[in-house]
Design a protein around this ligand. Sequence first.
Ligand code: SF4
Ligand code: SF4
Length: 309
Amino acid sequence: MSMTHIGAASKDIDVPVVCVTGGKGGTGKSTVAVNLAAYFAREGLKVLIVDCDVSAPNVAILMNTTLSEKREVTSFLPSFDEKACVRCGKCVSVCRAHAILQVGDKPPIFFASLCKSCEICKVVCPAGAIKEERKVVGWTYTGSAYGVDIVSGELKEGEPNSAVVVKATKDRAYEVLKDGNYDVMIVDTAPGTHCDVIRSIWGSDVAIAVTEPTPFGMHDLGLILELTRMLGVKTKVVINRSDILENGGAKVREICEKYDSEVIAEIPLDREILYSYVKGYPAVLRNVDTPGVRALVRLGETVRGLLNL
Ligand code: SF4
Ligand code: SF4
């Protein structure tokens, strides 16, 4: 297994990483991630699941547990010294977030809620009039349930800089991995193809793209497969609610072929999976034998094979 890089920092570990992602929300991405984690734990593997969907973290909810060891995530916040400022306007012109405004030769006005913490204003200021302060942008947590360890991130409401929290979440996961003798790490990403998702997928050995056979789902599947191809991450596809559209599977396969991917599981609509979702108890741990639960177990076996676990 190749060495894996986590977050933006080049920190190397030798634990296989699988990320569970999807072009759009509501496809059952987190349900798949949680069931994979529970399946691996059931098979005696030491598993860490990392919730990088920091705007709407739900792994702990799906595992019916409360997280603890809350840690603040902070980021740079400029503080302007009016007395030192020479009114040159350089900070205004470099701020791509439009968080700084200057009217005439007045000192700059700063809109903290728009600031992306890039620090460029501080770098260009010729008068040393911009100092560093820190603001809380989110939190990370740890916990465990059903034999699975959990690291989760949470973005503070109203904060625009979710990528900082995703990075902090992956850094914390790395810390936990370093101390823990783990067999595998599962990363649950946000839906979409934006910066947070790229950061979450980065460094994975295998990506699982969860989709549903609807026109919207298939359109977004193409986007996520395009993204993972650009990132060079081998990607397999899971069709959730596979029976909601006739011939939907065939169309998903056509898209997969275009991106040199393949469908590795089709999970039909299943009341038992829905019941498990509501109860916060992974379906693969329940003693039920239904098409949907069988498909989840087979998916676990397949991914185990892909990762040589
Ligand atoms: S840190 Fe970046 S985003 Fe924030 S005010 Fe400065 S230049 Fe703008
Ligand atoms: S770059 Fe510095 S000196 Fe220039 S306007 Fe901004 S704060 Fe003032």
